[in-house]
Design a protein around this ligand. Sequence first.
Ligand code: C5P
Length: 398
Amino acid sequence: MLAGKRILLIIGGGIAAYKSLDLIRRLRERGAEVRPVLTHAAEEFVTPLSAAALAGAKAYRALFDLTDEAEMGHIQLSRAADLVVVAPATADFMAKMAGGHADDLASTLLMATDKRVLIAPAMNVRMWTHPATQRNLATLQGDGILTVGPNDGDMACGEYGPGRMAEPLEIVAAIEAALADGPLKGRHIVVTSGPTHEPIDPVRYIANRSSGAQGSAIAAALAGLGANVTFITGPASVPPPPGVHVIRVETAAQMLAAVTVALPAEAAIFAAAVADWRVANAAGSKMKKDGSGRAPALEFAENPDILATVSKLTKGRPRLVVGFAAETDDVLTNATAKRARKGCDWIVANDVSPGTGIMGGTENAVTLLSEAGAETWPRLPKDEVARRLAARIAEALA
Ligand code: C5P
């Protein structure tokens, strides 16, 4: 699947750099051409010689050297690739990228490239969770940079938690997804997924049982057909798929704002289980029992309806807007009314009554409602439902 694809692999300076040597092998096994670039710090962990030997190609080094510029300029190097991958992307390197620095070869290549960029962050847990890194991550994701990992696990520094670089085969999967060829190649599609969390106070919130599994599967299936997916997810229990542009939000209001920024798109699939209500009188500090036995009174305000808002856009409405109807009674009647009320093109309706095991489960039984009528699909694994839906979306956008 990667035959003939050209990957510019920037190796950053972290202990996970040793895994990037394995990544080079895995990519070459799949037919990809790899051009390694080592940052100055990377050379403390792996040598240009090993990277070059595994890649079967010259390994470029951090500092400009005139021979390189004579052979191939940095602009050309950054554009001769199909995808630029940064693995490991250290905290420092992410900060440089977010700040737009261009003070060595690796950072200059990233500023000069016109190709998509995928980063595999790797760092100590504290460095990963540090507000500065999270701020830089949000900036990079906002710039359209794809991410894979980091994973939770034991770290070389002796701590445990998020910060471990994704495994080479996970990075390969993300690269394959980012380079996928198919009927949706280059088409921008927005997918919302997961529950929303609506705060009651800084430590409590109102949520729902959505796992985000169906939304994740849809985003993966669309990316598999080549789409450029912006995946806007609430706090889901299922991780986002590789090879999509992930934007994490918590509340319905944040989700609407993220969708608005992500448009224009050719299609928008609203698989998120958005809370209909938020707490209007959410407290700024933790609510405490006052000993009187009186429970606090929560006041609710209606959340924006993201699906209806986008469906009714007069300017910049995606050509295809798809909503979901998770119902417990009269599924078809309610879903038909919902399609008309929200103004979307399709509704994917399903029965989420407790006995069905669908909410939070691995299977789904859906009916696709469109102008053409209702089409009931058999009960299928959620990723098969996603593949069928993605194929239908590809047909509709053809
Ligand atoms: O009205 P209901 O919540 O049942 O509608 C479900 C559909 O509407 C889903 O596609 C969901 O993603 C979308 N929705 C939304 N914003 C809301 C509520 C629901 O986008 N505030």
